[in-house]
Design a protein around this ligand. Structure first.
Ligand code: V4E
Length: 224
């Protein structure tokens, strides 16, 4: 399991120019994300984000914050999530969370073959946990690798018109969070990112449009 540390930014023409100078364009991709939750939003209200992208499942969970030193200005601009990508681990984690809140979970047969990706099987286990798609959108992404800085930069354009960049560092669980944030800060400085305001992600903008009440609740509970 790895921890994704990232800082979002709005990409100006100057930032793009610097990015093209210091980074290597690793290519463009297009993907469709489907996000799942219970109809009562039990997962996202716990800051847990379950999605299917290109046939693969991923669950992003909050990390436990350990050191006060992390609570710097830079720290406030970065998000960090544990990423679970193994489907069996995802199901176990979801069962644990949904059982805790009394949500009915019917047991489903575990499988580890390619058929896990089969949509009929997906429907079977998601239904058994009362999970439904609450958001879906397509993203066009341009990726840059900045080897010297030890980070990756993605420039995203969602099909609902929102553009956002992110500087991302991946560390193993228990890895050096401060070092990851230092890499991100160094990159941000080089790209001329001076603002100290958190920038909305694609999901924030999507929720504001489609689920304003849920968005307001996530905001008031400092989840988003
Ligand atoms: C963690 C999270 C969500 C899941 C998607 O996260 P995000 O990194 O924004 O999407 P994307 O497409 O860039 O994923 P990647 O390709 O990097 O894996 S949706 C909402 N959240 C919470 C969240 C938060 N609290 N703060 C910020 C700045 N972003 C997201």
């Amino acid at each position: 399991m790895s921890i994704e540390v990232e800082r979002k930014f709005i990409c100006s023409a100057n930032t793009l120019k610097t990015l093209q100078e210091i980074g290597v364009c690793a290519g463009q991709s297009k993907f469709h994300d489907q996000y799942f939750d219970t109809p009562q939003f039990h997962l996202t209200l716990r800051d847990m984000w379950l999605r299917k992208r290109k046939g693969c499942w991923e669950l992003k969970c909050p990390t436990t914050r350990v050191k006060e030193a992390e609570e710097s200005e830079m720290s406030a601009l970065c998000s960090r999530y544990k990423e679970i990508t193994n489907l069996s681990d995802i199901k176990l984690k979801l069962q644990e969370v949904l059982k805790d809140i009394g949500e009915h979970v019917t047991s489903t047969k575990q499988s580890s073959s390619v058929t896990e990706m089969d949509s009929a099987q997906d429907q079977c286990w998601t239904r058994s946990m009362n999970l439904v798609i609450f958001a879906e959108f397509t993203t066009m992404r341009q990726t840059f690798t900045l080897e010297e800085y030890g980070v990756q930069v993605d420039l995203d354009e969602a099909d609902f018109g929102y553009c956002v960049g992110e500087i991302e560092a991946l560390i193993p669980e228990g890895g050096d969070m401060q070092a990851a944030m230092d890499k991100i800060e160094r990159t941000a400085k080089k790209l001329g990112l001076t603002g100290n305001q958190r920038v909305d992600g694609k999901m924030s903008v999507y929720l504001q449009e489609h689920y304003p009440e849920h968005y307001a609740r996530l905001l008031s509970e400092h989840i988003i």
